[in-house]
Design a protein around this ligand. Structure first.
Ligand code: ARG
Length: 459
């Protein structure tokens, strides 16, 4: 039997394999609420412009609410023969309200319909991401405020570099997630245009009011080119791009949590609520949530690559290839939101081990730069020479198996006789971090200023 929606010219229905490859209802049912909101706005506009009667529009709007409650209540029977959410909803609407249902698709195509539905869905996800990012930033701020003055090693090449503060390290992630949040806002503002009324590709001869539907659906304006509007998936790609960069940040933080929670580092203790055990090794407490976030990032990157590949060869306007946009975005969105929530939970529950951080902060000659700077400042050495002198002292300490502050004044003077015991002031890690008061630096006072700035901004 030919398709009831578009089968006029067909004498036979589709092969089972055709139906299987064509149907998207298995996943695009997630667009039901958006589809019904779009159709209700369209029906109201059709009546306001005199294209259909108020009576028909009212029947359609009411009927759509009935369909929505059936879907939400789980009693709706989805049909693969009806391909997608759009035709499933409309077919059911016809059963509910009769003939009026057939007037809903006036001046509309599934091409502008799906573009509208999908934009609405992605827009909600941008909003959810903004909320998730704000919650994560707040959790990081609590950590940063508490440990604004706690010293820890800062690394480059994962080798001890200079002492930093725990608060400073936490605030580095606040900056990253703040940029993600600002990318979310930018992308959301750019995508908030309504494709509805572009019809199949060329617009329509009916006297529609696109401003009215755009406004009813919370869009800033209608899209300006009907060909572009039905073939554009930039908003989905930008969503995946923003998600990818944020996921990359989440993955870097996950990697640090995995390293820091190891017995060799012991910088942090994860809460039981965000750890798992081993079925054979009784001592184990594993950072699985961090590992899974690190892994899920791969799906998000993959989704962006996949959709780029789908889009890159398509001539204007709509091609069915574009139906492959949804699963990628759904999967990426689900995993992004989950990763944000899991990271927020882990950070909120995390215990930073102040003593272990401090013990590690001084190891590995972390104040060598402070020593070199002292030689420049106090003895007037050129920095290159000070670097050399300090290098010789590091070699000496390494040979003796001690850290720089443990060298005696005689040891120090054997390399450069201008050195005085005042140098010991700068060899301590607390003095080291306290001295780095340049804007954005690791000094506790700088960190506290940044914490205060962000607390204000998020309040
Ligand atoms: N299920 C389709 C999609 O997701 C809806 C648009 C179909 N348009 C068409 N002309 N066949 O892309």
């Amino acid at each position: 039997k030919a398709n009831q929606m578009w089968g006029g010219r067909f004498s036979a229905g589709p092969d089972a394999i055709m139906e299987a490859i064509n149907a998207s209802i298995g996943y695009d049912k997630r667009l039901a609420a958006q589809d019904i909101a779009g159709s209700r706005a369209h029906a109201s506009m059709l009546a306001a412009t005199g294209i259909i009667t108020d009576k028909d529009a009212e029947a359609i709007r009411e009927g759509l609410l009935t369909v929505l409650s059936e879907i939400e209540g789980g009693t709706f029977e989805f049909s693969a023969a009806l391909e997608d959410i759009h035709m499933n909803v409309e077919a059911r609407l016809k059963e509910v309200v009769g003939e009026a249902a057939g007037r809903l698709h006036t001046a509309r195509s599934r091409n502008d319909q799906v573009a509208t539905d999908f934009r609405l869905w992605v827009r909600d996800q941008f909003d959810a991401a903004e909320q998730g990012l704000t919650a994560l930033m707040q959790a990081l701020l609590v950590q940063a405020e508490q440990g604004a003055g706690w010293v820890m090693p800062g690394f480059t090449h994962l080798q001890t570099a200079q002492p930093v503060t725990w608060g400073h390290h936490m605030m580095a992630y606040v900056e990253m997630f703040a940029r993600d949040r600002s990318r979310v806002r930018d992308a959301r503002a750019r995508m908030n245009e309504c494709p509805l009324g572009s019809a199949a590709l060329a617009g329509t001869s009916f006297p529609i009011d696109r401003d009215m539907t755009a406004k009813a659906l919370g869009f800033d304006r209608p899209t300006a080119n009907s060909l572009d509007a039905v073939s554009d998936r930039d908003f989905a790609l930008e969503f995946l791009g923003v998600a990818s960069i944020c996921a990359m940040h989440l993955s870097r933080l996950s990697e640090e949590l995995v390293i820091w929670s190891s017995a060799q580092f012991r910088f942090v203790t994860m809460s039981d609520r965000f750890s798992t055990g081993s079925s054979i090794m009784p001592q184990k407490k594993n950072p699985d949530a961090a590992e899974l976030i690190r892994a899920k990032v791969g799906r998000i990157f993959g989704a962006q690559t996949a959709l780029m590949m789908v889009m890159k060869g398509l001539p204007l306007a709509y091609s069915k290839d574009m139906q492959e946009d949804k699963e990628q975005v759904f999967d990426a969105a689900d995993n992004w939101m989950l990763a944000l929530a899991a990271m927020t939970g882990m950070i909120a529950d995390l215990t930073a081990n102040r003593d272990a951080l401090q013990a590690a902060a001084g190891a590995g000659f972390s104040t060598a730069t402070d020593l070199a700077d002292w030689l420049v400042r106090e003895l007037g050495l050129p920095f290159r020479e000070a670097h050399h002198v300090t290098g010789a002292l590091v070699a000496m300490a390494e040979q003796k198996g001690c850290d720089l502050p443990e060298l005696s004044i005689d040891d120090l003077r054997s390399v450069h006789d201008g050195i005085t015991s005042a140098v010991f002031d700068v060899l301590g890690v607390h003095n080291s971090v306290a001295s780095r008061t340049s804007y954005g630096g690791t000094a506790p006072e700088q960190v506290r200023a940044q914490v205060a700035r962000w607390k204000d901004a998020l309040a």
